[in-house]
Write a protein that binds this ligand. Sequence first.
Ligand code: ATP
Ligand code: MG
Ligand code: MG
Length: 369
Amino acid sequence: QPTLGILGGGQLAQMLALAALPLGVRVTVLEPDPQAPARLCAEHLAAPYTDPQGLARLAGCDAVTLEFENVPLPALAALDGRVPLRPGPGVLARSKHRAREKEALRAAGVGTAPFVTIEEAADLTGALARVGGQGLLKTSELGYDGKGQARVNTDADLGAAWAALGRVPCVLEGLVAFEREVSLAVARTAAGQVAFGPLVENVHRQGILRTSVCRAAPQDTGGRARELARAVAEGWGLEGLLTLEFFELPGGELLVNEVAPRVHNSGHLTQDGGGVSQFEAQVRAVLGLALRDWSPLLPCAMVNVVGVAGPDGQPLHPDWAAIDALPGTRVHLYHKDWRAGRKLGHVNLVAPDEATLHARLRQLEALIP
Ligand code: ATP
Ligand code: MG
Ligand code: MG
């Protein structure tokens, strides 16, 4: 029986483990938080990522993957050479650091937003003008769900934003006037076989993903996104799975916003659209099992359940009974305590055709604060 180790035990590890089990694969996660979601469906080693015993257990698996890109480098170094780590340190070094990631994307021939790296105060001078006069300042490391970012419209904003972010290394990106945001995942086995997930259209609210939609009809954008994803996967020597977030410009050009070296929130809809899910795809790619493209068979969508408080500060809850009554929905919860702004679960929706999908998606969105 193959065994898979996962660094991180959050909801992505929970869903990876749930996809691994029917393939006959047993999962062990190394995750410091004793209450982390994956504890319920995988063997959970509740220890720091750098714990020697925990790492020795992972090194005994057939392969190790991750659900969280901010694993400390010493933990990755401790696994190096003892067990296949997929994606490997080369991909992770790029994707955990925004400035390096953008440079590595350009080296692979992929477009990004205009950007300037900010490492010291002198780098601020003239930076905003160089990215087009309006931008977003983002910390190079550790940001997610729009945390560690600030909109800047003037040089004074820029100085204040960098101070507020703690004067840590940052990237100043030009503000992109995108037509829409899309994402696409690519997997590559150690033997070099490449496969793709579907093109997914994403809508964010306050920096957090709200809704993802996967249309039935093939789109030109999908073909171009696959070419770029292949360039990154092959150029970076990917083993495993990664997801690209794109900005699509009004003329159709695709810029890469960022890369996640793993399954992605926008791919959750593949759990219920029919066929292999992104989680199964990652397990297959990492363990070298047979793999093909994992586009859903039916139009499908996902709405995130995020902690939202009412005017009185009390949690606002989704209307679960009405969600259950809506045809084609399926609820996925992460076993996490409520906290404002925290991702607590998601609801997938599948429909026989696109018109039905969109009508029901409007209903579903109205049931989730
Ligand atoms: P996550 O990792 O959770 O996707 P993050 O904190 O890494 O989020 P980004 O993906 O960089 O953040 O940004 C979050 C959202 O903010 C984007 O999906 C997009 O909607 C908007 N955004 C980010 N950068 C830009 C930009 N340069 N121009 C316009 N909008 C942007
Ligand atoms: Mg990110
Ligand atoms: Mg993002």
